[in-house]
Ligand binder design. Structure first.
Ligand code: UDP
Length: 325
């Protein structure tokens, strides 16, 4: 029973590929390498370079590898880019997902896992965010994810097809064995940027906003180690294989950390002060995003194993050192 991983050469996809291979699952990766890195895919995974919208290639891959389940990571993920160029986000994330889902339905795939985002929730929804909280995505990126969620919902109703939506909070860190990590050269994420500053590759970390209605005035997020997120995909896959119905899960620890707390964490790990520059808010950033992870814990038995902030930071810095040398 092979699993097809779209975007398996990307950040979260490659961690999930390693986790599946580690437990002996058969995996085939489909990635167009537009942002993914071939070398970060485990050697035991079959690899097909191509696009998820290439229906003939998807059907051939499913038939050729005996694929029974699909985990769909491939897509565009940069919020400001989606604001500047919405149509390419609707193309990459919605139109191409539609083509992939159609090919999956035609090929008789019944289990499908989809990468979504905490930014589908309304900004004024009560925190911590439960799965049933109101949805009101703002950016084209988040809208493209919610549109695909809706498409999947309708497909699950119409066909013999079940899916799990995983809504990611702030994913950070890297594989503890150093096999993969976040390679995006233009990364804007806080812990990735902080790791770059800690290694002297960037002169200082910008703190975007110190006047938020949060305990220390800086933005609060729920940082989840990418290996714990990968583990959530394996549990969701096992549940679908075991006959579980269509559902969605928030993936976060339920713990909010401010930008200043992350900065303090980096200083603790490196033993050195981290140069920061305080500045205005970044447009579109909500004050707080924290998950209520009770559903994934109770229904899938998900247990975080890497939830210490210092460990997340340490693994991010270790990867950054390895990646750029
Ligand atoms: N942030 C920051 N400086 C940076 C990057 C991010 O102060 O260089 C803040 C950002 O305003 C937010 C938090 O860190 O409050 C997490 O931002 P990130 O870009 O990592 O993820 P997002 O929550 O935007 O998806």
């Amino acid at each position: 029973m092979t699993t097809l991983i779209t975007g398996g050469a990307g950040y979260i996809g490659s961690h999930t590929v390693h986790a599946l291979l580690d437990r002996g699952d058969a995996v085939v990766v489909l990635d167009n390498l537009s942002t993914g890195v071939r070398a970060q895919v485990g050697e035991k995974a079959a690899f097909v370079q191509g696009d998820v919208a290439d229906t003939a290639l998807v059907r051939e891959t499913i038939a050729g590898h005996g694929v029974a389940s699909v985990i769909h990571f491939a897509g565009s993920i940069v919020v400001p880019e989606s604001v500047a160029d919405p149509l390419s986000y609707y193309e990459n994330n919605v139109v191409k997902s539609r083509a992939l889902i159609q090919a999956c339905v035609a090929a008789g795939i019944r289990n499908f896992i989809f990468s979504s985002t905490a930014t589908v929730y309304a900004e004024d929804a009560p925190q911590p965010l439960a799965e049933g909280a109101p949805k009101a995505p703002i950016s084209p990126y988040a809208r493209s994810k919610l549109m695909t969620e809706w498409m999947l919902e309708d497909v699950s109703r119409a066909h013999d097809f079940r899916h799990t939506v995983l809504r990611y909070f702030n994913v950070a860190g890297a594989d503890p064995q150093g096999r993969t990590g976040q390679s995006t050269p233009k990364a804007t994420h806080l812990i990735k940027r902080a790791a770059m500053v800690a290694l002297g590759r960037v002169p200082h970390l910008d703190i975007f906003g110190t006047d938020y209605p949060t305990p220390d005035g800086t933005g609060v997020r729920d940082y989840i180690h990418v290996s714990d997120l990968a583990a959530a995909h394996l549990l969701a896959l096992d549940a679908l294989r075991g006959g579980a119905g269509t559902t969605s899960y928030n993936c976060g620890y339920g713990r909010g950390l401010s930008v200043r707390e992350v900065v303090a964490g980096v200083e603790r790990v490196t033993g050195r002060p981290l140069p920061v520059r305080e500045g205005p808010r970044r447009p579109g950033d909500p004050p707080t995003l924290v998950a209520d992870p009770r559903r994934i814990k109770s229904e899938l038995g998900w247990v975080p194993r890497h939830d210490g902030l210092d460990g997340i930071i340490r693994s991010a810095i270790a990867w950054e050192r390895r990646f750029n040398t």
